[in-house]
Design a protein around this ligand. Sequence first.
Ligand code: HEC
Length: 224
Amino acid sequence: MKKTTLLIGLSTLFFVYAEAQQKKAQPKKEGTPKQEDTLQVIKSGLSSDPAFVWKTNQDEAQAICSKYRSREEMPGKDLQKVIQLSQADVKYPQYGLYWGDWKEGKKVVESPRGGRFAGYGFSDNPMDKGGNCYACHLIEKGVPGGTMGPNLYQYGKRWGVTKENMNTPEGMEKLRAVYNIVYNSWSAFPCSSMPRFGYHGGLSPNDVANIVAFLLHPESPVNK
Ligand code: HEC
């Protein structure tokens, strides 16, 4: 896995972007990161800024994934270890798992504004987050999307979620299973290239609950 190359590539891209933005000298909008802050992060090279230093160290699960070129090469013991570490990390909403608001989930799914290393961290703008799910998935009928991940159209139907069973223990188990995948994809697909959204703090438990409602709810356009 070439995570380091990707990180360097992304940082370079951002640097070029930041320079271009500086030249444009646009009027400041509410929630826009301060230029001094952005420059400080770039100069720190990510290695000394406390807000970013954690990204330069591999966690235990990543270190295991990095030992192998693909999941297929991984021995069962290491697959299990990554799943176990990732499951232990999953956090649920404060008052427990619930069916979120699929309309709110749809907004986060469609927003590409998530996980950008310089934007996230010192922006107070609550819309500065998103799942960018369409980059890798086809989801609603007729909406273009990526094919790195599986097609999620009619995902709730495929799980057999109906109006009648969604609030039964069976329906809640399905909700939990998909919540775990979206919160930390490695809890079900060890070392996946799907981001570990909740683990990285890119999405909150309530965001994840709303997204899962968008994928599974019988009334969501995903299941029409
Ligand atoms: C960088 C690409 C990428 C992004 C972005 C991404 N995914 Fe995925 N996703 C994948 C891949 C790849 C898989 C297949 C898992 C595997 O085998 O590693 C997957 C699997 C899934 C699955 C499980 C499908 C199944 O087979 O049951 C769900 C659900 C899912 N993604 C939802 C989402 C949602 C919701 C978002 C946005 C919040 C998202 N994904 C963003 C790449 C991505």
